[in-house]
Design a binder for this molecule. Structure first.
Ligand SMILES: [Zn+2]
Length: 153
């Protein structure tokens, strides 16, 4: 990864962290922020519980884009937390499936989902198995988790 790409990724991941601070508090779900970017432009943003009490950040962001939006084919989605592979709300589609369905080729995250709500999140593994590039900035995990310290992590 080039230094320029690295700096760009960090900048958008920071935006996602700021979005995560806007989440309505919840005792039963993480606060997460997400930003969808293509060709240097933000296409959509989202944060947990933005649109309804069960909404995930990636879900809220992707809901603002048409599924056939051609820009998704070159987009990166930045999420403060690993996209879920399984949901506590079984009727809602996991974010990894939404990302794959949208055809987004690149995902940047700060921290991996701990087993607080779902026993074993395999979001990163699922995405990689489908050819999606996943980049992790573990040094930004502490910031990305900072609004979740009321939960047992
Ligand atoms: Zn999710």
């Amino acid at each position: 990864m080039s230094d320029r790409q690295d700096a760009t990724d960090r900048e958008y991941l920071r935006q996602a962290i700021e979005l995560a601070r806007r989440c309505p508090p919840s005792a039963t779900a993480f606060s997460v922020g997400a930003v969808v970017v293509a060709n240097g432009a933000v296409l959509a943003t989202g944060y947990s519980r933005e649109s309804d009490p069960k909404a995930h950040a990636e879900e809220a962001a992707l809901a603002k884009l048409a599924t056939e939006d051609p820009r998704l084919a070159t987009a990166t989605i930045y999420s403060t937390l690993e996209p879920c592979s399984q949901r506590a709300t079984a009727t809602r589609t996991p974010c990894t499936e939404r990302i794959l369905a949208a055809g987004i080729p690149r995902v940047v995250i700060a921290w991996r989902e701990p087993s607080t709500f779902v026993a074993d999140c395999v979001g990163v593994e699922n995405l990689r198995a489908h050819g999606v590039t996943v980049v992790e900035f573990t040094d930004m995990a502490e910031d990305a988790m900072s609004m979740n310290h009321h939960l047992t992590l």
